[in-house]
Design a protein around this ligand. Structure first.
Ligand code: SF4
Length: 331
């Protein structure tokens, strides 16, 4: 389906098909988006009560959402911010289904879009929203601000109708042609496992002879192609290992490490308690402190934390088990 959110990917490859997000990053993103909408509406007095989505977030994610809300309020300069999902849904020329924005500030001719995760190029998707808004309000210029809640960073776009139509048309042409081209988003594409472009690229990388590889070091464009091919090969390796791990397949010459969880606390977060026991001079020398040592320190400082304070202080890190060269351990 040709949707605004698919434009950034379709501009790179006409065969791209998004994989429905059901894992932790997708759920977290949906929750953070919902919390953003709720907080905007609550703080403006459009609704009352509390935000269930916000309550479900970790302290760190709440901080990201609050940052985005404050940015939105700053950009609005006292004007109304529309965050209601229905009111933020618009029809866009060239698209079968309407698109839903995260928030709109009509008086500033501006759309806001919040994102969790890494920064990417979302220009095509934002152009679609901008075109819908310009069409709806009879304007010729529209701004979109993407607020990255994890990195607390923003990207500003300013569009004319012409620019939007150009970007959307380019994506549409690619989509209709189905022309496939290896790109950085391949690993998220639903077609990855069966894609002929993936097979062709990987076999071409694997068949490159050593002399060509040595020669290649003098040609930056050839290096770029080769590195992209190798990134695809690495993705295949990752998938094969994950499948073997999930199915418990033993691979001769390889061992499997177990999933592990560790807890640590940053010295900066412990600063008030370190000061309480008079060890502030040590602070600059400390790296992350293990959960166990932090417990000892808190005991020494005679501090009892509430559950929420503990949640904010202790950082949990999960390390997924992996398959690596070595002899399989006998169980
Ligand atoms: S896996 Fe194939 S279809 Fe999907 S984005 Fe990559 S090249 Fe395009």
């Amino acid at each position: 389906m040709f949707r605004p959110s698919a434009i950034p990917y379709l501009l790179r490859c006409g065969g791209y098909e998004s994989t429905p997000g059901s894992g932790y990053p997708a759920q977290r993103g949906t929750l953070m988006d919902a919390a953003f909408r709720d907080l905007i509406e609550l703080r403006q007095g459009d609704t009352d009560g509390e935000s269930d989505a916000y309550a479900e977030l970790t302290p760190l994610d709440r901080q990201g959402v609050l940052w985005a809300v404050e940015q939105a309020e700053g950009l609005a300069q006292g004007h109304d911010i529309i965050a209601d999902e229905d009111a933020c849904t618009i029809s866009i020329p060239g698209f079968e289904r309407p698109g839903t924005m995260d928030a709109v500030i009509p008086e500033m001719a501006m759309t806001l879009d919040v994102k969790s995760g890494r920064k990417y190029d979302y220009e095509g998707q934002m152009a679609a929203y901008a075109l819908g808004c310009m069409e709806d309000r009879g304007l010729d210029q529209w701004a979109v601000v993407v607020l990255y809640m994890d990195s607390e960073d923003a990207t500003f776009y300013s569009f004319t109708r012409q620019q939007c139509v150009k970007l959307i048309r380019a994506a549409q042409l690619n989509y209709r042609s189905g022309r496939r081209e290896i790109n950085d988003f391949c690993k998220w594409c639903k077609r990855f496992n069966e894609c002929p472009a993936v097979s062709t690229n990987v076999s071409s990388a694997l068949q490159t002879d050593v002399l060509t590889l040595i020669e290649m070091r003098r040609d930056p464009s050839a290096i770029s192609v080769f590195l992209r091919q190798m990134a695809i090969a690495k993705e295949i390796e990752k998938r094969i290992k994950a499948d073997c791990k999930a199915d418990g397949v033993e691979i001769p010459g390889y061992m499997q490490t177990k999933d592990a969880e560790s807890v640590s606390v940053s010295p900066a977060a412990l600063e008030p308690y370190i000061n309480m026991i008079g060890l502030e001079n040590l602070l600059p020398l400390l790296k992350d402190i293990s959960g166990k040592d932090a417990e000892k320190l808190l005991k020494e400082a005679k501090v009892e934390l509430t559950e929420t304070e503990r949640e904010a202080l202790f950082k949990k890190t999960y390390r997924a088990g992996s398959i690596r060269p070595g002899r399989a351990k006998k169980s």
